[in-house]
Design a protein around this ligand. Sequence first.
Ligand SMILES: C[S@@+](CC[C@H](N)C(=O)[O-])C[C@H]1O[C@@H](n2cnc3c(N)ncnc32)[C@H](O)[C@@H]1O
Length: 234
Amino acid sequence: MPTGTERAQFVREMFDRIAGRYDLLNALMTCGLYRLWNRKAVRVAALRPGDRALDLACGTGSLTRDLAKAVGSGGSVVGVDFSPEMLRIAAARPLPNIEYRLGDATNLENIPSESFDAATISYGARNIPDLDALFSEMARCVKPGGRVVCLEITRPQGVLFGAFYGIWFDKIVPRLGGVISGDRRAYSYLPESVKEFVAPGKLAEIMERNGLRDVTWWKLAGGIIALYRGTKRR
Ligand SMILES: C[S@@+](CC[C@H](N)C(=O)[O-])C[C@H]1O[C@@H](n2cnc3c(N)ncnc32)[C@H](O)[C@@H]1O
């Protein structure tokens, strides 16, 4: 797997290539459960009508749209992604209170500090090698007391879910993804990136050392998904 700037380029080009099939594959591979996990992420972000939310690595905008519904017409959401093609798909389903921007989640040049009530990232963190840069940017952008929420795939510990996971992610996902997207490499990268990703305790430590407190995580779907939340110090 490439590292540093080469990794970023590899990831961006890969998402540009699979953008057109991403939503279909996401629905198939999670059996539609991603909607439920999105809803939990919105709930722990504790948004109220009129709030402002920032959704990083927003991709085709599935969590972005759920956040937009939670903040209502008096609130707003900014979705940021570095793949123009993923953003093009997101923009095809516009909502008046969402603005999509092309940008790097580890260097949010045009986003003022302390301007959001919550910042989220779903299934993006595992693609980002510099997690300190990611969480320091997320912490910078939220107001004191604001929430930083991360939803990510993780490796389950139990024997039963571990066995299911091994078959599903390591064998079926690359084949199914390869056939439907025409890009087997992209869907082999998915289990590889999950294996490489830090354990929940380590991710919580990274969030804490970047200005977040009360970091908590919940395991969903038998431990296949982890949902993290930290709050910016007042
Ligand atoms: C697996 S998709 C997740 C998309 C969306 N959040 C969802 O829940 O479906 C990962 C996304 O992260 C984006 N991404 C990866 N690294 C990024 C970075 N450094 N800055 C911005 N976007 C990034 C990719 O372009 C891709 O759209």
